[in-house]
Design a protein around this ligand. Structure first.
Ligand code: AMP
Length: 636
């Protein structure tokens, strides 16, 4: 972590206030490096991934330079997916909390365009969106780029992989030549470098270096967990792990307080350690930890810097660290003075890259942590309870209580064992011995995730490789981790099962765009995934022919979605999707629905592969649709 604070980076007063209220203690490395460059008005080329704090790295400086009076779009952020667009828009909204009249609008495919048109008409200083939908708005002249002062390409390598790079370039070419530009990418494949060279000129380069570090004597593991289930997972770990002292690392000051309080409420003695504490208080907390008067400390990186307490047997990275350096520093708080240590890191789906990057830099695999089951938690609590009970019988003076219990038993003719059971029941209420625990999804970061993030550029004319050999689009939402959304090979590869053992059947569809239209598999995946809201992982084998292509999709596509996909345009042509009946070369200009002679798919409403709703599609020929609810992020 850096030693500078946000105030010294030069961000504006209202933005600084919001950051402080969010509990951000110090800038992350990518923020410390990027914010001054952007505030100076320079272009920036940044290598940073999700989890490094890159959103604030560009949002804070651009918001600091915002012209509050100008209502037309000033800042444009391009993101590869709708999830990221929403996430970035939300981040802007929270950082701009104290900027009067501020509006951010997320625009992306698959959502009602009417709401977006109204939002743009009302005026939004910041527009965040996916390239396809932005182009749509440009064609409709609903998005005015003539006053754009700052343009950010977020996760540029993902946009490349999803086949959006041409759209991105078209948009870039429409922004004023003197507008300030920033490009963030986890990797820098040649195609991204070329875009950067062309549109970012002599940009300053920010790259968070990953020095190799070795960490010995510390058993490291990670747990894939959804953000909202972290607390439950932590409680289970605390129940079962035999620990002496423990440090739990979080990102914000407010989280240190919140988590320490929640742990206290669950019966664990814990205290917060953050930069707001006076030196005296900080020392007092550390001393209590040293003496064993306190077992758990919930800390930010800043507050735990240099902390040296021998009895710390466990480090929990409740929030992933910003970079590898911080990780090594954090886990180095355990395994002190030649002792063994254990480090467990919570990782959400979108942070897998961070996990892999840490593994690479420490040159050690971080194994998957087995979350204790209900039975294990229960067993552990019961064992402890028995131990305490026996200990109490042996060491505590119980004469008066002995007589009291005897009296109750005699007066009410109750069996002594039953009475003891009632007392045991009363005693365990705070920490139930047979807890009813919430189910925690702990999907594994599979070996395929290692490839998942690798960018790959394919020759446009190539077929999409088979699922097991191809890289997947990373999903930004934890929803995507549901085991019922596992990738499947096409049917002709034989039936397969997902992580829950359910079989998923793929059906081959035909679409009326092919090589002659200059289509690439990436374009098809991008359109189907983003516009029709089918997870990319459910898009199977794609085969390009001259004037049509085939694509494998899970069976059971809802009819509305099919109708919608029929009209979705790729390379200016509607897909006109139909079930492939192998009659290649046949004239296909009729919609295979409503009396068409082609095979009908078997439609189902509740197939996990399909998120269900029909989506407004791209292109000028979109049928008018009822306005739907827009995300709450676009307005204050
Ligand atoms: P990002 O890498 O932009 O996706 O950010 C990841 C998470 O880190 C978000 O939840 C941010 O709110 C949080 N974050 C970003 N910068 C800081 C900071 N300086 N201090 C604490 N949390 C931060």
């Amino acid at each position: 972590m850096s030693s500078v604070d946000f105030a010294s980076l030069g961000i504006s007063a209202p933005v600084l206030k919001a950051v402080q209220q969010l509990g951000y203690e110090q800038p992350s490395p990518v923020q410390e490096a990027s914010i001054p460059i952007l505030l100076e008005g320079k272009n920036l080329l940044g290598t940073a991934q999700t989890g490094t704090g890159k959103t604030a790295a560009f949002a804070l400086p651009f918001l600091s330079m915002l012209d509050e009076k100008q209502k037309s779009p000033q800042i444009l952020v391009l993101t590869p997916t709708r999830e990221l667009a929403i996430q970035v828009a939300e981040a802007f909204q929270s950082y701009a909390k104290h900027i009067k009249g501020f509006h951010v609008l997320p625009i992306y495919g698959g959502a009602d365009i009417g709401g977006q048109l109204r939002g743009l008409k009302r005026g939004a200083q910041v527009v965040v969106g996916t390239p396809g939908r932005m182009l749509d708005h440009l064609r409709r002249r609903s998005l005015d780029l003539s006053h754009i002062k700052g343009l950010i390409l977020d996760e540029a390598d993902e946009m490349l992989r999803m086949g959006f790079i041409d759209d991105v370039e078209t948009i870039l070419a429409k922004t004023p030549p003197d507008c300030q530009r920033a490009l963030f990418s986890a990797t820098m494949p040649p195609a991204i470098k070329r875009v950067a060279d062309k549109y970012l000129g002599d940009a300053e380069v920010v790259s968070i270096q990953n020095k190799t570090k070795t960490v010995e004597r510390i058993a490291q593991s990670h747990l894939m967990v959804k953000g909202h289930q972290k607390m439950d997972a932590l409680t289970r770990i605390l129940d079962v792990e035999q620990f002496d002292g423990m440090i739990i690392f979080v990102r914000t000051k407010s989280s240190t307080l919140e988590i320490a309080e929640k742990l206290e409420a669950r019966g664990f003695s814990s205290a917060a350690l953050n930069g707001d504490l006076t030196q005296t208080l900080r020392e007092r907390t550390i001393n209590r930890l040293k003496k064993g008067q306190l077992d758990i400390v919930v800390a930010t990186d800043v507050a735990a810097r240099g902390l040296d307490v021998e009895r710390i047997s466990h480090v929990i990275n409740y929030d992933v660290p910003y970079d590898n350096e911080s990780y090594v520093h954090r886990i180095g708080r355990t395994g002190r003075a030649g002792r063994e240590g254990k480090a467990i890191m919570f990782v959400t789906q979108k942070e897998i890259r961070m996990l892999r990057s840490i593994e690479k830099s420490t040159r050690q695999p971080i194994s998957s942590f087995n979350l204790p089951s209900n039975e294990e938690v229960s067993g552990q609590r019961i064992a402890l309870f028995k131990e305490q009970l026996v200990g109490m019988c042996k060491s505590t003076k119980l004469d008066k209580f002995h007589s009291l219990v005897k009296e109750v038993a005699a007066e009410n003719e109750i069996d002594m064992v039953l009475l003891a059971a009632a007392l045991a029941f009363e005693a365990q209420k705070e920490r139930p011995l047979f807890p009813k625990m919430v189910a925690i999804d702990t999907p594994r970061a599979s070996a395929s995730d290692r490839n998942e993030r690798k960018p790959r550029e394919r020759n446009d004319r190539n077929e999409r490789p088979d699922r097991n050999e191809r890289s997947e689009r990373p999903d930004r939402s934890d929803r995507s981790q549901r085991p019922d959304r596992a990738p499947k090979p096409p049917r002709d590869k034989g039936p397969t099962t997902d992580e829950e053992g359910n079989e998923v059947t793929m059906i081959t569809y035909r679409i009326e765009v092919g090589r002659n239209d200059d289509v690439s598999p990436k374009n098809i995946v991008g359109a189907i995934a983003n516009e029709a809201e089918i997870d990319a992982q459910f898009i199977g084998h794609i085969k390009l022919h001259d004037d049509y292509s085939t694509v494998d999709l899970p069976e059971g596509m809802p009819k509305e979605l099919f109708d919608h996909l029929y009209k979705v345009r790729v390379c200016q042509k509607p897909l006109k999707i139909s079930i492939d009946n192998g009659t290649a070369g046949e004239q296909r200009d009729a919609k295979p629905y409503g009396g068409g002679k082609r095979d009908k798919p078997s439609f189902s409403k509740d197939k996990p592969a399909f998120k269900g709703k029909p989506k407004a599609h791209r292109g000028a020929d979109s049928a008018p649709r009822k306005p739907s609810k827009r995300p709450t992020t676009d307005r204050k």
